[in-house]
Design a protein around this ligand. Sequence first.
Ligand code: HEM
Length: 349
Amino acid sequence: MRILSTTTICLILSSCLAGSSAVPTLERRQTGCDSALWNRVKGAIMEQFGSRPCSPLGRAAIRLYFHDAGTYDTKDDTGGPNGSVMRFDSEANQPQNNHLRDVILALRTVYDRFSGQVSRADIINLAGLLGTQSCPGGASIPFFIGRKDSTTPDDASRLPGDTEPMDNIISKFQRQGLTNKQLAALIGAHTTGKRFSSPPSEPVNGNAGLAFDSTPEVWDLNYYNETLQQPTSPPLGQTRIQVDVAISRDPRTKNEFARYVTDFDGWTKDFTEAMVVMGKFGRANANLIKCDGVVPAAIPLPGGNPTPGNNGLGNGNGGGNGNGNGNGNGKGIGGTGGVALALPASGTF
Ligand code: HEM
């Protein structure tokens, strides 16, 4: 009788070493897209996100996508989308990964249900795409599978920090192989952003966080518009982080940043392409397999997506009715349709 090797037995049982974060797990190269399997994985992820569109865990998954992939170094082909941030506490606990704990724990429960069948890296990828799509207006980004999990942690200090000088931010994106245009497009994910962790000098409204724009649960152009219009002293409940203002002002990124204020389709296209590039970092990921039919179609913005040249932010008649200190500017940029949105007058801007 033929004696089966441990590896073969593990392949049959599909569960050897499941759930352990310290030892290498079974990793199997995908040879095709099993859409029934991936739809079950999607269901498990969405269960974790909850029924609310653009939920806190969904938004955190978008950030996690970047934090797994963004450690990539083109020079030595290390780091990248390899599941290490989910697998190794030592990486998850680095300060750059603050406030990602909840989404990592949620996705570990998904992995435990499917370990041996899918990798952590592919789960993080799908979760980031579903997080994006679940926000009204969020792009439906193509999903590719076949990433392998790393057996060693990456160094999260390769990720850019929000108070780093622009030269560092740009060189950290270049190290990953991303252009300045892609930086300006990707940072638009902060349209759904909230800040939870901060220096002690800056209170952040506890678990509710402080939003980066007036509509943190909608994938719209307000982040670009409001960062430009109100770079300091944003309205109550919002904050601006240094990196966002820096990208909106730096000569290497400001033109793209400003262009996106009135180009929803252009931003969606550039963002989508950059997300796919990030998800394929690494020579081992050159031949990932496209897995259609898993990420649903985009949900249009309430009132319809803005058209090119019209950001749908209204025609500027909404401000100045607050406490008498407002400047009454309404922040409209030639909008005649879309989401008529009047920004609250900040009174200090
Ligand atoms: C220069 C690069 C970037 C820096 C310095 C940066 C920094 C930050 C910081 C400080 C926060 C707040 C985290 C907290 O307090 O919990 C945040 C939130 C967020 N970031 Fe970034 N980020 C960058 C790029 C990106 C990219 C490329 C994406 C995705 C494509 C992204 C997606 C998000 C999302 C979705 C949130 C909100 C998370 C939530 O609400 O839980 N960021 N980012």
